[in-house]
Design a protein around this ligand. Structure first.
Ligand SMILES: Cc1cc2nc3c(=O)[nH]c(=O)nc-3n(C[C@H](O)[C@H](O)[C@H](O)COP(=O)(O)OP(=O)(O)OC[C@H]3O[C@@H](n4cnc5c(N)ncnc54)[C@H](O)[C@@H]3O)c2cc1C
Length: 368
């Protein structure tokens, strides 16, 4: 069996690792020109879902490297006011709850996959061939044939667009500006609860500032921050603004906030500031399983409010790997994977929307 995976992100690489480990021929087509062609974003929260999936997909030697890239355990979430008073605290009971730099995680997931991952290979479309084969056409005019096609190509998935053209995304109506600040120059300004976990800061009206630390041997320690607000509150066309303009906007919006928070923003690596508007998948009805399937954001993208997306992409990868390598018929195994994957993934989509924009829940179809 040859498995073709479109997308070398968290989920696609996890799946490739798992399949390779079990001796399956797998090829990953990744649109980026190389592993460092594009910034991979910043801190990801990982929990027991990711840890168990990585244990299943990675070789024992690679899995043993995980602690060297993850940070200290996240023990609690502490919600603060703009003047750094504690509003409330939620204890985290998951012993695996931690953080990781996205680029460091991707490097770990790429280890040993030379020859398996084809960079600069953007998927265009697929076609069914006689004999249950599938042909993947790339935008450079080349093609590859295999027995199973996995769309792991993220929120804008072209595989999903062709396979499930009725599956939709909605704009959640939340805009975020992300940035990061090297920890070294701002240690004394770090709110004490941040050393133990994640800190959302809220003015309880219009603005939220999420703060998270990344401390590991893999990268320079830093504070990740994200200012979020309803669309329009931070101004129009945020995504067209330069990093410097976005950074200045955050600094201006926080002008009356605690001096320590202003210092965290002032010392940021300005060029690494970016904006995004949050989108979410709309759960779609179950489809008849075939040799084409999907994982991660390609089918259940969600608002980042609960830090679940990467955890679920890895969980999907581990479950799909088991389905593709278990004895028995392939299509029922893919169908069983999809039943689990959509149940877990769409529940997380609903939970993330409930946490960030409950008013939009009514726009999702009712649970079946
Ligand atoms: C700002 C932000 C913060 C987040 N924080 C967290 C967090 O703390 N914890 C958490 O669990 N999740 C978090 N998430 C969500 C998480 O990043 C995603 O859910 C996760 O990356 C999904 O993995 P994936 O493999 O499905 O897709 P991705 O990681 O997006 O990978 C998709 C890959 O497909 C490639 N691709 C796309 N189109 C094509 C094509 N046509 N041909 C070939 N390749 C293609 C892309 O280049 C990319 O490499 C966050 C997301 C964002 C945006």
């Amino acid at each position: 069996m040859r498995v073709l995976v479109v997308g070398g992100g968290v989920g696609g690489l996890g799946l490739a690792q798992g399949l390779r480990r079990r001796g399956v021929d797998v090829t990953v087509f990744e649109r980026d020109a190389g592993p460092r062609a594009r910034r991979q974003g910043y801190r990801l929260h990982l929990d027991t879902r990711a840890t168990s999936a990585l244990r299943s997909c990675l070789s024992p030697a690679l899995f043993a490297r995980l602690p060297s890239i993850t940070g200290t355990p996240s023990r609690r979430v502490t919600v603060l006011t703009p003047q750094l008073k504690t509003l409330h605290t939620v204890e985290i009971t998951d012993p695996d709850s931690t953080s990781v730099d996205r680029g460091a995680l991707r490097s770990l997931l790429l280890a040993g996959l030379d020859g398996t991952v084809h960079f600069g290979s953007a998927f265009e479309r697929y076609a069914s061939l006689p004999g249950n084969r599938i042909r993947v056409h790339l935008t450079d005019g080349s093609h590859a044939d295999g027995d199973v096609l996995v769309g792991a190509d993220g929120i804008g998935s072209r595989v999903r667009a062709q396979y499930l053209p009725d599956a939709r995304l909605i704009d959640v109506g939340t805009h975020c500006i992300y940035g990061r600040t090297p920890l070294e120059g701002v240690r004394s300004s770090v709110p004490p609860p941040l050393w133990d976990g994640f800190c959302p800061v809220t003015d309880r009206r219009r603005l939220g500032l999420a703060l998270g630390l990344v401390r590991s041997a893999a990268v320079e320690d830093y504070v990740m921050w994200c200012l979020s607000a309803r669309a329009g509150v931070l101004g129009p066309d945020l995504e067209s603004l330069s990093p410097a303009a976005l950074h200045a906007l955050v600094a201006a919006r926080l002008a009356s906030w605690h001096p320590n928070l202003r210092h965290l923003i002032a010392e940021a690596t300005v060029a690494e500031t970016f904006a995004l508007s949050v989108r979410s998948s709309v759960p779609c009805p179950r489809w008849t399983p075939t040799r084409v399937t999907l994982l991660g954001d390609a089918i259940h993208a969600m608002a980042p409010s609960q830090g679940s997306g990467a955890n679920l992409a890895l969980l999907d990868a581990a479950r799909l790997c088991e389905a593709l390598t278990c004895p028995g018929d392939l299509i029922p195994a893919i169908g069983a994977y999809e039943t689990h994957m959509t149940a877990t993934g769409f529940a997380a989509v609903r939970a993330s929307l409930k946490a960030s924009r409950p008013s939009l829940l009514g726009r999702l179809p009712t649970r079946r």
